[in-house]
Design a protein around this ligand. Sequence first.
Ligand code: ADP
Length: 745
Amino acid sequence: MAGAAAPKRQDTRKFFENLSGAGKSIAVLTSGGDAQGMNAAVRAVVRMGIYVGAKVYFIHEGYQGMVDGGDNIKEATWESVSSMLQVGGTVIGSARCKEFRTHEGRLKAAHNLVQRNITNLCVIGGDGSLTGANLFREEWSGLLDELLQQGLIDEEAAQRNSALHIVGMVGSIDNDFCGTDMTIADWVFIPEMPPEDGWEDSMCQKLSENRADKKRLNIIIVAEGAIDSHNKAITPDYIKDLVVRCLGFDTRVTILGHVQRGGTPSAFDRILASRMGVEAVLALLEASANTPACVVSLVGNQAVRLPLMECVQMTQEVQKAMDEKKFDEAVRLRGRSFENNLSTYRLLSYRKADSELPNSSFNVAVMNVGAPAAGMNAAVRSAVRVGITEGHKMFAVNDGFEGFYKGQIKEIKWGDVGGWTGQGGSLLGTKRTLPGKHLDKIAEQMRIHNINALLVIGGFEAYVGLLELSSARDKYNEFCVPMVMVPATVSNNIPGSDLSIGSDTALNAITDTCDRIKQSASGTKRRVFIIETMGGYCGYLATVGGLAAGADTVYIYEEPFDIRDLQANVEHLTQKMKTSIQRGLVLRNENCNENFTTDFIYQLYTEEGRGVFDCRKNILGHMQQGGAPSPFDRNFGTKVAAKAMQWITRTLKDSYKGGRVFANSEETACLLGMRRRAMVFQPVSQLRDETDFVHRIPKEQWWLKLRPLMKILAKYKTSYDVSDSGQLEHVTRVRPKESNTSSAI
Ligand code: ADP
């Protein structure tokens, strides 16, 4: 796995070896409120910058450090960003800075940059920080003129520094995939959604109904800046008084503030930040005098660049709409997924009265198949509640296809799935059994319960199971109904989807354990840890876990390796131990190679590293399935299942003719997956060609392109395909057009 994976064919791909940072200086700062993953982003910028031959500087304490200069601006080294991936907040500080809001302040900042020939700036921060960056860039040539006139810099310095390139970094633009957890709250107040007049009464009524149902705990979330429809602030204290006064409930107020931001960043935050850090350096290297300052971000699963100015304008428009009390407009401007998040949240939280529900007279069955994965329960809850809202009668199947053929199926109601979101494993019960041998009995159960549609939430067996059922449609009319699966497995090995429910939780468990294992060695002598991860033949958990935990080497089945690679990897670690970093982390996917076992690798490293480092090995096992689902898996499970359920409703309507449901076209047996930027429904039969059934993995794995990134950040020379990046897009068209088979929720 060491060394360059040279491009196999000459094609249109663009490799970043052609981009050199020699002679360039890049400064990185974190600004404004601290956010998860800031350190991972700083680390990636520093290492990628050094990797391409640029000089990289830290600017400590955000814009304040830029204004003050001196020791606040320091050259960064490779080792200086070691061991910071797992640290919350920002290691380089992010003071707020009034001075930078003034022209004088920005003049000082410009002087400090010019003195060090820094013409590339990477700003990691929120809206405010980016607004400041935008202004700075607009003023740059004027600032240089002033410095020249004041005799603070000479003509040559002004020339040399005439173009300032800025790239900003923000979290995922698309709220679809961010970690905000909206699924646990009984009641949420956010600035964009002021409650209607009379909300106090309806909230109190709802809370007292809840208590009557014996619900003991209610959570009310009040976001900073929440207002009512008259722009009057809604504060936690106001709510508290209201609840105590009207209902006499014991009420606690917890201001989350830094709790929600601080702590150890999740695997997702680290990966996102690492990807964006690398992307930011690429954007700076490619910038010319004419390219606008840009922001790098992630839409869906894809890195994008957007003009900084447009992002700033968008933010200002949202603020303006809020000021003018045009809340719907503000929600719309925030993007479709924000709007969708809100409507999903509303839909799942409030049960409509039976009289308000349509009566579809359709029966829909939901089941889990395969190994348990965190987030499966959130998906079931969402499917059941959306289904009920759409007028269907929902049925739960226990223990997968095994329970199905044995007749373990019964109606499931709104209240039955209350509180399921936060629970790990599978409450319905899940088994790996495939339906193929039990088609007769499954068809019989479908007939007995008059099942008109099927939603399967599960892993590879769910996919194979759906293929088996749909192939049997010729023989069994019972299977001629809409069927859809949503991928849920820790391994993330399902064709047709970049991600599956549960893999984020598993990654967090792996990353967390790697952190602890690394921690255990701090202060002791030089040590290398060899850790085995799950995933069958799929190297996703090992690779992405390795990226999040800062691994030196990751062995996977998809990227074959031989003894020369192993040797080179040991040598690499030997060199590393000569620096101030004394620890090594090696991940090995369980099925990466049948002969180079974890024991073999451990023994090889131990022998070859003798006198330089010692080794420890660890097999992670089932702890990787994780306990409670991560916020990402809760949200992802909730939203994907809701979408799948809406597809079922549409497909049922389309296939209801002559008093019965009949669906036997390919398009009526689908997998709903995330592909780059969109959620797409794909006929399972069409995914056959994309599947390696022997090894139970997709033939193409998108995340293989993250491997060079991991290697670069571990100081390996490698090749990195950058053809996906570099396209500057526009804010207005950043939302992907979803395929017409996908729905908007
Ligand atoms: P965030 O970046 O998280 O939104 P702030 O709004 O506090 O946080 O902004 C962080 C810093 O960015 C401010 O302290 C200030 O130095 C700078 N900044 C924010 N807005 C502007 C602006 N309009 N002009 C110049 N600098 C700004």
